[in-house]
Design a protein around this ligand. Structure first.
Ligand SMILES: NC(=O)c1ccc[n+]([C@@H]2O[C@H](COP(=O)([O-])OP(=O)(O)OC[C@H]3O[C@@H](n4cnc5c(N)ncnc54)[C@H](OP(=O)(O)O)[C@@H]3O)[C@@H](O)[C@H]2O)c1
Length: 266
């Protein structure tokens, strides 16, 4: 199935897990003119081998970019490199996918240190905040060039200009009584709840530029983070998420949705 996404698309944490599958399906399912900026910490290292292979399979369609979400200089250098390549066309879609979850599950209070709280917050919230802030001029360029007629009059879409923050069901404060007993994860839950607020704030802030900002929960997925017991494959989760991204419009900005498009309460 092809997806209704186009232009310049940036994905963070794209060397493995959901990020790698996002790049794979975006390369497969978008038209030749689309370009994917696949960001990872160490493009030359062994952990990026699968991404290098994928990049070679789609000549001219994927550019690997070095990006460490914990390092402000690295974020700036990455955005400058993307800016140089996209020029006046700008960036159509930023997918903030990279994240960490420490200490390892079930991560009870007793095993959680200040260091975990700080590192997870910095990676999962401060990184996406800085990246969006630095990408804003590129997202504005893309938004200005796009004709909303293409989207049946809706001003906002992932084709025009958008930020997708990959969140989680267990960020939901309302659902905490049912989800807490199976996954305590203080640093991760609190960071993703903060990412939701970042999503809501940026949706308000950027609506004057017609930039859509939505948080998406990928489901419980079999990756290094999700573990082997997770019921969903990366293929099915990403197929669902790209379908949801293709259909997002004005009413979805500032929302938390799941990979099938269902709304999740804050
Ligand atoms: N899997 C699930 O069940 C599940 C459920 C709900 C939400 N999510 C969310 O989905 C997203 C992807 O998760 P996943 O399951 O694919 O996780 P994963 O397999 O653990 O992959 C995480 C990715 O983030 C990257 N990353 C971590 N810290 C980084 C940093 N400082 N700078 C740049 N990249 C960094 C990793 O790169 P390295 O290889 O360099 O470490 C890796 O590419 C995350 O936002 C996660 O919270 C996942």
């Amino acid at each position: 199935m092809s997806v209704k996404l186009e232009g310049n698309i940036l994905v963070t944490g794209s060397n493995r897990g959901l990020g790698l599958e996002l790049v794979k399906q975006l390369a497969e399912k978008t038209r030749q003119e689309a370009h994917i900026y696949a960001c990872c910490r160490d493009p030359e290292g062994t952990r990026a081998e699968a991404l290098r292979k994928l990049t070679a399979q789609y000549p001219g369609k994927i550019t690997m970019i070095k990006l460490d979400m914990l390092d402000e200089d690295s974020i700036l250098t990455a955005v400058q490199a993307v800016s140089k390549q996209v020029g006046a066309v700008g960036l159509n879609l930023l997918i903030n996918n990279a994240a960490i979850n420490t200490p390892a599950s079930p991560a009870p209070l007793s095993a959680t240190r200040k260091k975990d709280m700080m590192e997870v917050y910095e990676t999962n919230v401060v990184g996406p905040f800085l990246l969006a802030k630095m990408c804003l001029p590129l997202l504005q360029k893309a938004a200005e060039r796009h004709s909303p007629e293409k989207d049946m009059g809706d001003k906002m879409s992932c084709r025009r200009s958008a930020i997708i923050n990959v969140s989680t069901l267990i960020s939901s404060i309302e659902k905490c009584p049912e989800t807490f007993p199976v996954a305590q994860m203080y640093p991760y839950r609190t960071s993703k709840a903060a990412l939701n607020m970042l999503t809501r704030c940026q949706a308000e802030d950027f609506k004057i530029y017609n930039i859509l900002v939505t948080a998406i929960h990928p489901g419980w997925v079999r990756t290094e983070m999700g573990g082997e017991e997770a019921p969903l494959t990366t293929q099915d989760s990403v197929d669902g998420m790209l379908g949801v991204m293709s259909s997002l419009c004005n009413k979805d900005s500032g929302m938390l949705l799941d990979w099938e498009g269902n709304s999740i309460p804050w």
